[in-house]
Write a protein that binds this ligand. Sequence first.
Ligand code: NDP
Length: 390
Amino acid sequence: MRRISVFGATGSIGQSTLDLIARAPDAYDVAVLTGGQNIAQLASDARRFGADLAVTADEALYKDLKEALAGSGIEAAAGEAALEEAGARPADWIMSAIVGAAGLAPGLRALEQGSTLALANKESLVTAGALLMQTACRHGATVLPVDSEHSAVFQALVGEEMDTVERIIITASGGAFRDWPLEDLARATVEQASAHPNWNMGQRITIDSASMFNKALEVIETKEYFGIDPERIEVLIHPESLVHALVGFRDGALMAHLGVSDMRHAIGYALNWPERAELPVARLDLAQIGQLHFRAPDEARYPALRLAREVMARDGLAGAVFNAAKEAALDAFIAGRIGFTAMAGVVEAVLERAEAELGLIDATMTLDNIRAADHMARIRAEEVMSGLAA
Ligand code: NDP
């Protein structure tokens, strides 16, 4: 029996992971489930899967969680430190599906115990790619990609050598506004940005898909995970979201990965790796689909992609600054404090300010320095946004 933990169990990826685990109850023993605000879901899943420990990120909800678990014998814990400790609980396979930079510390702890970390939390790689991969290497741990594009690349690379890879192409649906006139984007509402044309995901990643910040994070994730030069990473708009990624080899061959828009494929691949097992996902009928479309992204529509290139050229803690500024700008957009198109301007301004702040981006990549860069970026983002409001 494999011991499994799911971080971010109450979210979209977490629930899809539990759906797969529920289909083979005798194969898995659930150690830890974590969540945030959704205590009812967390407690009911902890009971259903007989978890040892349930953790909410919100300390103020500890009492609610404790009460919801009363009589079950399941341990309850709350807060950032408890989440980090949850990462240190022994488990063979851990799903990292907390949203945002908050997923980094528990993921690092999981790697320190030599576990297999199925990484949906792309923000960890953007914020601290080198630290994460070095920690995995030092402790004999494994990091498996769960983002659909990176899982696709990973699968296309089975049996191949990285030095034969010429380029990696990740596709993007173009998000909710791909066909909107450019001049209308500034007036886009949170509700409109939260409706993805193809994927059913958490709200934050859905809005990031509309702004293409999600793809910007994924380009950086590609560089960090596969160790490929940024110039050899391409983005292709593919409205159908059926081809997830392509790998181009030095003999000119392109290997594409296709599948329906169902994250249970990528999650299931990571869960069963290195084997393949039957998965409850629909099969593609290409004859019925008939046509697939591709086009180059328009950088005027998607400034986030240009910013990702700048971050990769800068390296160091620029990824931590970029991600934190993006999270702060996204919070402000969701709260109705700034417009949709203002988000990229805020992130760009924070990156420029960070560059001027004595060696902050050049500091060694430790968890403390990353936290400091993240904290500073959020403060600078607030300053930039209060300037916008004035
Ligand atoms: P959701 O918003 O659906 O879920 C996020 C999870 O994280 C929930 O369990 C939530 O708890 C918890 N959470 C929220 N804030 C915090 C915090 N500060 N500390 C600890 N836990 C927190 O997100 P998704 O499932 O969509 O995405 C999860 C991750 O996977 C993200 O990094 C995303 O980019 C990535 N990803 C998602 C895909 C998808 O299809 N959804 C595809 C590829 C990658 P609660 O809900 O209880 O508040």
